[in-house]
Design a binder for this molecule. Structure first.
Ligand code: HEC
Ligand code: HEC
Ligand code: HEC
Ligand code: HEC
Ligand code: HEC
Length: 177
């Protein structure tokens, strides 16, 4: 009898404990991943606040996201659009001066994406807005956000649940083609 075979039964007793540990670890990792995806959005090149613009100043969403109604992309406002106001308002405030720098270099502001579905998923704002869903239904109350973060994780379940409730298509090929 070697030392190793003496240890064998001991190892077998421990195995379920090990399995349980791995299961708990997996659940913890998955839960952490989901939590992480709902944390505050990325830091943007300019600290643009929806609370100030869409909330306090009540500028409409379509003023800046002008393609949301009739194109698959909602679109981001051009630098020129910011300058419509900021050629006059708060010009010397450093983040605003930065807008002018992008403009003089003829560059767009490199905003970081917050919401995205994978490439194999087809999503368009158009049919949803045409049915009268509010932006907040999917994006939360953006008017109160200083920094935009995800309000929902766009899982397949999230999409299908609402399609079922509203008798919209659940065919795989509507969202995957
Ligand atoms: C004055 C212009 C302006 C207005 C008005 C505005 N937005 Fe935005 N929006 C931006 C800019 C700039 C960004 C990119 C920077 C950021 O994420 O804050 C953005 C980003 C977003 C994003 C995140 C995009 C992504 O990457 O996933 C959402 C969602 C959004 N806006 C929704 C709204 C909604 C809803 C309204 C109306 C309640 C609104 N916006 C009004 C300028 C505007
Ligand atoms: C329709 C007018 C208008 C447009 C368009 C506009 N802003 Fe503003 N912005 C304002 C007003 C008003 C304030 C508040 C100024 C104050 O409180 O003194 C402001 C404040 C700001 C501030 C100051 C920080 C803060 O949160 O108070 C930043 C930064 C800013 N805007 C960035 C932008 C950017 C970037 C764009 C383009 C995506 C943009 N703005 C488009 C009117 C506008
Ligand atoms: C039915 C859910 C839903 C509604 C309602 C909705 N969105 Fe979105 N939005 C999404 C999804 C999903 C994405 C990510 C799309 C992608 O990755 O192609 C997105 C992306 C965006 C983006 C960033 C990418 C882009 O398209 O330029 C902006 C900005 C945006 N939405 C603004 C709005 C505004 C403004 C409204 C209301 C007028 C609105 N959304 C209503 C689900 C929704
Ligand atoms: C708030 C409810 C709601 C959510 C959330 C939602 N949808 Fe929809 N969607 C609808 C409804 C209702 C329609 C049918 C619109 C119509 O044609 O009358 C629709 C239509 C569509 C269509 C067009 C279907 C066709 O027949 O051409 C696509 C594609 C789509 N949704 C994809 C998605 C994806 C992908 C997501 C998740 C990222 C999503 N939807 C989330 C309610 C929703
Ligand atoms: C209303 C839109 C919608 C419909 C209908 C839909 N899916 Fe999806 N599907 C999605 C979205 C959104 C994702 C991405 C989920 C993510 O990123 O977590 C996805 C992801 C997937 C994935 C990748 C694995 C996963 O779960 O993330 C597979 C496989 C898949 N879908 C198969 C199907 C099949 C098969 C059908 C038909 C029975 C179907 N889907 C119908 C929206 C849809």
């Amino acid at each position: 009898m070697t030392h190793t075979s003496y240890l064998m039964p001991h190892t077998w007793v421990r195995r379920p404990t090990l399995v349980l540990f791995l299961v708990v670890l997996t659940i913890a990792v998955v839960a952490a991943a989901r939590l992480r995806s709902l944390q505050p959005g990325p830091e943007q090149p300019i600290p643009f606040s929806h609370r100030v613009h869409a909330g306090d100043k009540e500028i409409g969403c379509f003023f800046c996201h002008q393609f949301a109604m009739n194109s698959s992309n909602a679109g981001m406002p051009s630098v020129e659009k910011c300058l419509l106001c900021h050629n006059v308002i708060a010009m010397r405030f450093p983040p605003i001066a930065k807008i002018h720098t992008y403009y003089s270099r003829d560059e767009g502001i490199p905003w970081k994406r917050v919401n995205r579905v994978p490439d194999f998923v087809h999503f368009s704002h158009e049919p949803h807005l045409a049915r009268g869903f509010d932006c907040g239904r999917c994006h939360g109350n953006v008017r109160e956000m200083d920094r935009v973060s995800q309000a929902n994780v766009f899982t397949m379940d999230f999409c299908i649940k609402c399609h079922r409730q509203n008798k919209a298509s659940q065919s795989c090929f509507v969202c995957h083609y």
